[in-house]
Ligand binder design. Structure first.
Ligand code: PMP
Length: 365
């Protein structure tokens, strides 16, 4: 087995885990149809409601964030329905791909990568497509580090239609300000491995009553992700199928830590680390990729001629520090430095030193 010098993760999921969460992952496994599991599961659902800032029901499935995205598509829509996707990066495009995989033809509007979605564009699109049933948005698109103003976008949807609003908050929940009920969001999706400070493997959806009326009539095919089945199991404090029990235990510990710091404390922590990272980038003459940057992640442009992919591979191999490469057209051109969850200033410092060393070598060559 090859051994790295250290294991520092500056990646936007999975993220490093607090010791309490790691310890929970190694506790003896509970059977999932027991009082003890039910109590722990109920705590997770209640704490997730608080993290979402909602009074709506929260469902959990053992899946990654993409599973949560797919579950929203199949539970809200029927064949032939109109849906609108506003894409500001790779994960917005994923919503469109899922809709197409189920035979729908979504209207897709998009922004140049790095730019946030605009309320006027949503209003225009909804006027052109008045039968739109569901609008799909992303809070933070992790491919570019862009932040969308969900409060503003949701207001534009409500002002122009009856459409249900689905928000992908996979990389932002508990890390970046998000107020589901206050902002008028109907469905918010997230996953365990980012701001929620857990290992990957749990997917969550918070669902408003307005959205639930669509769930009752949605006819796209589904089985594992049928929300009605999960909802029926809630009374018994269970999931319909065997859940990732160890991860539920770990999620409970992570949510306790989040509640100790407080949601606003978590948002502030992310914002401070983002500020720290942007200051470092500017000091080193590196431009921030996103014009409307999120706090959860900073995409930093590399100087012309630097092969970012090779540089990051070397940093991981030689120093055990994981930093994310750009995705798709940005591969090798930007590095994505995350500051969500348990990532610390010391972790960032280690990453900065490693990057500075490689950039100095390139410049000297
Ligand atoms: N949406 C966003 C904004 C994400 O950052 C991610 C993961 N990077 C996903 C969706 C997909 O989640 P997963 O990889 O857990 O399926």
């Amino acid at each position: 087995m090859t051994k790295t010098k250290q294991n520092i993760m500056l990646t936007p999921g999975p993220t490093p885990l607090p010791p309490e969460v790691l310890a929970a992952l190694s506790r003896p496994i509970l059977h999932h149809r027991t009082e003890a599991f039910g109590e722990m599961f109920q705590f997770v659902l209640d704490a997730m409601q608080r993290a979402y800032m909602t009074k709506n029901r929260v469902l959990m499935a053992s899946a990654s964030g993409t599973g949560a995205m797919e579950s929203a598509v199949v539970n809200l829509l029927s064949p032939g329905d109109e849906a609108l996707v506003y894409s500001t990066g790779a994960f917005g495009d994923r919503f469109a791909a899922i809709l197409k995989a189920y035979g729908l033809s979504p209207v897709v509007i998009s922004e140049e990568w790095g730019h946030a979605a605009k309320a006027e564009k949503i209003s225009d699109a909804l006027k052109r497509h008045p039968k739109t049933k569901v609008v799909f948005l992303q809070h933070t698109d992790t491919s570019t580090g862009v932040l969308n103003d969900i409060k503003d976008l949701a207001a534009a949807v409500h002002a122009n239609s009856q459409a249900v609003i689905v928000v992908d908050a996979v990389s932002s929940l508990a890390a970046e300000e998000f107020r589901m009920d206050e902002w008028g969001v109907d469905v918010t999706l997230t996953a365990s491995q980012k701001g929620l400070m857990n290992a990957p493997g749990l997917a969550f959806a918070a669902i408003s009553e307005r959205a639930w009326t669509l769930v009752q009539s949605a006819r796209l095919p589904k089985f594992y992700f049928d929300w009605k089945t999960y909802d029926r199991s809630l009374k018994a404090r269970e999931t319909p199928y065997t859940p990732a029990v160890a991860m539920v235990a770990a999620q409970a510990e992570a949510l306790k830590l989040i509640e100790k710091i407080g949601l606003e404390g978590m948002w502030k922590r992310t914002a401070e680390l983002a500020d720290y990272t942007r200051t470092w980038a500017r000091k080193n003459g590196l431009a921030i990729f996103a014009k409307d940057p999120a706090h959860i992640l900073t995409g930093v442009r590399l100087p012309e001629g630097v092969d970012g992919s090779a540089m990051l591979a070397e940093i991981l191999r030689e120093e055990g520090i994981s930093i994310a490469d750009g995705q798709l057209s940005l591969k090798g051109k930007i590095v994505r430095i995350a500051h969500m969850g348990y990532i610390s200033r010391a972790d960032l410092d280690a990453g900065f030193v490693a990057l500075e060393k490689r950039l100095a070598e390139v410049q000297a060559a």
